[in-house]
Design a protein around this ligand. Structure first.
Ligand code: 2HA
Ligand code: ZN
Length: 271
């Protein structure tokens, strides 16, 4: 079967990178069964022929209206699909969708009518914000990083500022590569539109959002960067856990040492 990726090397390269990330998620144990989902804004690769492609399913409601997404195209992982399958072939585990002019509906155009991720409303609401604020960010990534999810089971770490400070203090690179920190969203039913507003509120301020007792949502200019953001924060949580396993609580770098890194590397405190 011919694919939309055939004779579109730039689009294929972008999705190859998404596939590479999907493989890492599986290897890290963050993507059990169909766990996690992702979207990539691919509008920059869309040509006339793609714009003319007919829908291969009936239009579907996003659940929210997103004015900045008019005419945009996204690659979305399919609901119920496995990251480890996506790693081998992105078009077998996801599809390409077009946002319709009402900004509240999408249709699938390729390759197969694979229904997008159940968390599509949160992902597309974040995509809408990323266009609105001119970030140039194209990727959203939801996954289940073990140590961060475990920390979200403790009331102590449901405070975004406290969790961020603890993670930053574990290893200097955490602050250097996640200078906006991590925001926590209280538990809500997975895939529900109830998650949309709280997630958006936190992603405006933080690099990564932690959904209590569930997983993370990260954004980035591309999928690899969204993965890296999640990875550096989870690494810090792993160090905290490892110290606990040794029988002590990690001391953490002093607030002065953390501030020094912010000053020396001139790290931003907003996007
Ligand atoms: O796609 O992770 O939160 C499966 C999930 C839903
Ligand atoms: Zn999930």
């Amino acid at each position: 079967m011919t694919s939309i990726l055939t004779s579109r090397p730039e689009l294929k390269a972008a999705l190859d990178s998404v596939a590479e990330v999907a493989g890492y998620l599986w290897q890290k144990g963050w993507a059990e069964r169909n766990g996690g989902n992702l979207t990539l804004n691919i509008t920059e690769y869309v040509d006339e022929q793609m714009r003319a492609m007919p829908a291969i399913c009936a239009p579907k409601a996003i659940g929210v209206t997103l004015p900045h997404l008019k005419g945009c195209y996204f690659y979305c992982k399919g609901t119920g699909k496995r990251m480890r399958d996506l790693a081998r072939d992105p078009m077998c585990a996801g599809s390409i969708v077009r946002i319709l002019d009402d900004c509240a509906t999408y249709e699938i155009i390729a390759d197969n009518p694979i229904v997008p991720t159940s968390e599509i409303s949160s992902h597309l609401a974040i995509q809408d914000y990323m266009i609105e604020c001119g970030s140039g960010y194209k990727a959203t990534l939801h996954t289940h990083p073990i140590e961060l999810v475990a920390l979200s089971h403790s009331k102590e770490f449901l405070d975004s500022e406290h969790l961020t400070q603890v993670l930053w203090s574990m290893i200097p690179e955490t602050l250097a590569f996640a200078p906006l920190g991590i925001g926590v969203v209280p538990y809500a039913l997975p895939s529900s539109t109830e998650l949309v507003e709280p997630t958006l509120k936190q992603i405006r301020r933080y690099d990564v959002v932690l959904w209590e007792k569930h997983g993370t949502v990260a954004v980035g200019p591309d999928m690899m960067e969204a993965f890296d953001q999640t990875d550096v924060l989870n690494k810090a949580a792993n160090i905290y856990m490892t110290a606990k396993n040794f029988g002590f609580t990690a001391e953490g770098m002093t607030p002065e040492a953390v501030q020094e890194i912010r000053d020396v590397f001139k790290l931003p405190n907003q996007r």
